[in-house]
Design a protein around this ligand. Structure first.
Ligand code: CO
Length: 134
């Protein structure tokens, strides 16, 4: 069921600084910033040959990543995103296996304009997992 690693997400306290670090120190190719108010984040993607890094800055009130930044003021790894072919079938199978889907359980539109879901970290080795239908 699980497909490719779509991206690893890192929450950052200063997006411009993070972009400069990836662009100049690491020599990476980056996307333009994109605001996703529904998710409470501004996103920049680092394009790697085999996957992506999603740099996340909290925006707006009640951003779900604001608390993460309070606990990790320097930023840190926030989630990993796996691709699935059919997100509803994947969700139903995971729920049947006892996994918990965060929120209301229905897919939202993610950073690539595709349906995404988040799974409870306690059910996945302490790691927040995002599923994206690709
Ligand atoms: Co993500």
């Amino acid at each position: 069921m699980i497909g490719e690693l779509n991206h690893v997400a890192i929450v950052v306290p200063d997006l411009d600084k993070a972009v400069d670090t990836y662009r100049y120190a690491l020599g990476a190719k980056l996307s333009e910033p994109n605001d996703l108010p529904e998710h409470g984040v501004r996103v920049v993607f680092v394009e790697l040959p085999n996957t992506k890094i999603e740099l996340l800055l909290p925006i707006g009130e009640n951003s779900p990543v604001a608390k993460f930044l309070e606990r990790n003021p320097d930023g840190g790894m926030h989630h990993i995103c796996y691709e699935v072919e059919d997100i509803l079938a994947a969700r139903d199978k995971l729920v049947a296996e006892g996994a918990r889907v965060l929120g209301h359980g229905e897919p939202k539109t993610g950073a690539h304009g595709k349906p995404v879901l988040f799974l409870h970290p306690k059910d996945f080795c302490g790691t927040l997992v995002e599923l994206e239908q690709c």
